[in-house]
Ligand binder design. Sequence first.
Ligand code: ADP
Ligand code: MG
Length: 174
Amino acid sequence: FGFCAHSQTQFGGIHTSIYGNNMADYTQFLADEAASLAFAQQLANMLKPSLTVYLAGDLGAGKTTLTRGLLRAWGFEGTVKSPTYTIVESYELEGFKVEHFDLYRFQSPEEWLDAGLDELFDEHTIAFIELPQMATGFVPEADLTIALSVQDAGRLCTITPHTELAQKMLAPCL
Ligand code: ADP
Ligand code: MG
């Protein structure tokens, strides 16, 4: 995989669009589900506890699939359910935990507070949030966004760091 490689052919979609904070983003085409799972394996080496990750993209874009790939890479062998109905699925891993949110069923942003979801965040946790815009103003800010969109039979994945913490973690791939 090209995510961490410097080869332009492997890492086909690299581009450095400049955000206000001068952070580059990374793009990778994922031809099929297997490619998403392999990409997740690369990504798993970079993501560290305390990060909050927004998963952007329409229904069916592959957000849950990527999260499943990350959990597999971190050694979780059980079922990875979509949190669509439960809002959050929690995973205890080796030395850290993952909280996987899907805010699809939110009726209003305040539900974030009503459900006490802030309590699930700490320095030992990596949080993944599908549809964070359903709780705008209440959901913690993201360190990075992973955006997925359908392209042909596959998916286009763009990773954008928003904080210095995230940028440092992704730096080996620059
Ligand atoms: P989301 O959580 O964004 O709604 P899912 O992860 O549930 O989406 O995936 C929806 C479908 O997309 C699944 O059938 C999955 O197999 C498929 N899929 C995931 N990644 C890819 C990919 N890179 N290329 C093609 N299909 C994919
Ligand atoms: Mg999903």
